[in-house]
Design a protein around this ligand. Sequence first.
Ligand SMILES: [Ca+2]
Ligand SMILES: [Ca+2]
Length: 296
Amino acid sequence: MFRALRPLLSSFSLLWLVGPLAAGIPAGYYDGTAGLSGDALKGRLHDIIQGHIQLPYNSSSQTDTRDALKVLEQDPENAANVLLFYIGRSDPKTQFGQANGWDREHLWPRSYGVADTPAETDLFNLRVTDRDVNNARANKYSDFSDPAAVGYRNPAHAEAPGNTSDFDSWEPPDTYKGDVARSLFYLDVRYEGGGTEPDLRLTDNRALITNSGMYMGLLSTLMAWHALDPVDAAERQRNDRIYSDFQRNRNPFIDHPEWVAAVYAPVPEWSGQTAATAALLMFFAASRTWRSRGSD
Ligand SMILES: [Ca+2]
Ligand SMILES: [Ca+2]
């Protein structure tokens, strides 16, 4: 009996092995990236992911970002609900836009260069959040919160346990850190100033992150968050769905986490250092002791 099943079992194992690949990256999608790093890799990835199918922000006749988010963020245990980013609360889909409900959070704030389509409606930048938490986060950039900084809050909002903030930055719980980071890496690469599109840029220079600019950060924190919270199955599934059901483009940093270091290390601040040194810096940045460097 067992012997008769063996060929069947091994073919199932094979299916299991190729299954995730078949559902994930289409053959040839990342052609032309082999051996590239730095700006060359960034440029090639930009060419691959640009020109995606754009959704309207709001539309009563077409699939818009609200419709897409109700699919992408659906609670796996309750199809009538969405799971709220930053806090994991399950809210009815019907609560969109309600006073105590959820709305659309732009991880790269609209005021930092993504006020117009397609950046404004890019599903890799949009999550569902509690309205009040969205307002509290406002356009604070991503960084470890400094308990000694002005305006330090723990929790960052009464409805956001596990999140902390200070006057200029916001720190989500660890399980969301990598998702934030990889979304922002995607946006920097996707938007390079072509046509009427913005050139979004990640930086460690806080002075550049202003309402009149297109900068977001902090780059080295995001690299640490990427290492701290690796890609998981839910993030891969979201990437697959955005590709297959909505935009026809993918987040390269979910498909190839190693490309974060390949593109961003060495970063300008670290120029002259090797990729290995940069990786070491990422490791130390991910450790809690690094948090006390506190310049904000
Ligand atoms: Ca995560
Ligand atoms: Ca850019």
